[in-house]
Design a protein around this ligand. Sequence first.
Ligand code: F0G
Length: 459
Amino acid sequence: MVAYKSKVVERIRLPSREQRSRALEEAGYNAFNLSADNVFIDLLTDSGTGAMSDDQWAALLRGDESYAGSASFDRLESAVADVMGFEHVVPTHQGRGAENVLYGTLLSEGDVALNNTHFDTTRAHVSNQGADPVDCPVSGAHNPETDEPFKGNFSLEEARAVVDEVGPERVPLVILTITNNSAAGQPVSVANTRRVRAFADEIDATFVIDACRFAENAYFVTRREDEFADATVAEVAREQLGHADALVMSGKKDGLVNVGGFVATDDESLFERCKQRAILYEGFPTYGGMAGRDVAAMAVGLREAVEESYVEDRVEQVREFGAMLEEIGLPVYTPTSGHAVYIDAGATFPEIPPDEFPGQALVCELYREGGVRGVELGSFAFPETDRPELVRLAVPRRTYHREHFDHVVETAEAVLEKRDEVSGLEIVSNPAVPELRHFSAALEPLSAEPATVTDTNTD
Ligand code: F0G
């Protein structure tokens, strides 16, 4: 049931077909290069793109901008204690800031970090310490068609195999990402969380939960894990997070804010070490790279995120959107996640091989047909992995309504109708950092004249 109404609105505009075609060409067929003014429905990410509540805006005005000892920090501390069950908080400018602070403290050269699946920035921060990020997804995680309830789980079997190979002393860190964003946003059960806790104890590792989407994950637990059928989302969140030694959090997701993040822990010594590193990279530990007002808004957002009415409305909206796309014959990853609908572009365009980026072709066509922006998470974003050719349509929180989704569905229908005419793409300009190529590489459709590759990587 709908849980809110609009108080402030923002105009959006659908550019003409001609303008969209030109914008796409000028963006080098890369949706990251599109100006947001030219985007009608923006499903690029659910991160920092949601609408704040009136209570959050009120908190913003009352934010305390004191350099040290800010009252806004006290409010954040008490929200983290109440909602997540942790005593100590180190605020950071966003999730990756928290990753830098925590993983920079916990990892050294030659270490191995295990994770159900490392999100891009997590992988980069682990690697940046000279450590090796190893994914341990369950076997069905990358299968878009099975209907299991917790495809985001951490595979203890995979993890044990890694520990047997490298030795437990090389694995000081086990991370559980809830929900598992890089495995189609699938949830993790509390039972699995408890097993990961026991495993971390066995090998004497620190157990960290990446809690970006902890409330959405908790909602799935109340619906899919028998033990929690009568529990509230707030109760599940505390139970699940309580198994970790520390949390990394991007407030831009289930903190319901446009910017912010933090590390939370009950471990005094870890807290002290994180604070020192935070001073270096983020700011004094009572603001940590955020304005006091943003800290205040995040404190309110965390409490709202576990309100039953909010989270039910949120996750069910995404589920309905997925069902609408499935109904028109689009191959949608099932079950639908809590924050995005993932489409199997390889199955949408079976004629386009992975090295011609079927996912990117779908992203471009959704924009050309209806001004809808999504993101490719297949061979273009992750070269040399054997993941499915997924496109993610992420849903900003409390932002879009049924009519917006109707438009996206009509757009997808138009793309499906002309699917035989859609061609693959080739990269014509590569950025200097190949791992980050999907943010800035330029492409061209293969139906156009053959292009000359300009490689800006001068190494
Ligand atoms: N961990 C996970 C699981 C994430 O999904 C993200 C961000 C981060 C960490 C980093 O947080 O952006 O605040 O620095 N995910 C965004 C996305 C960017 O679009 O999925 P951040």
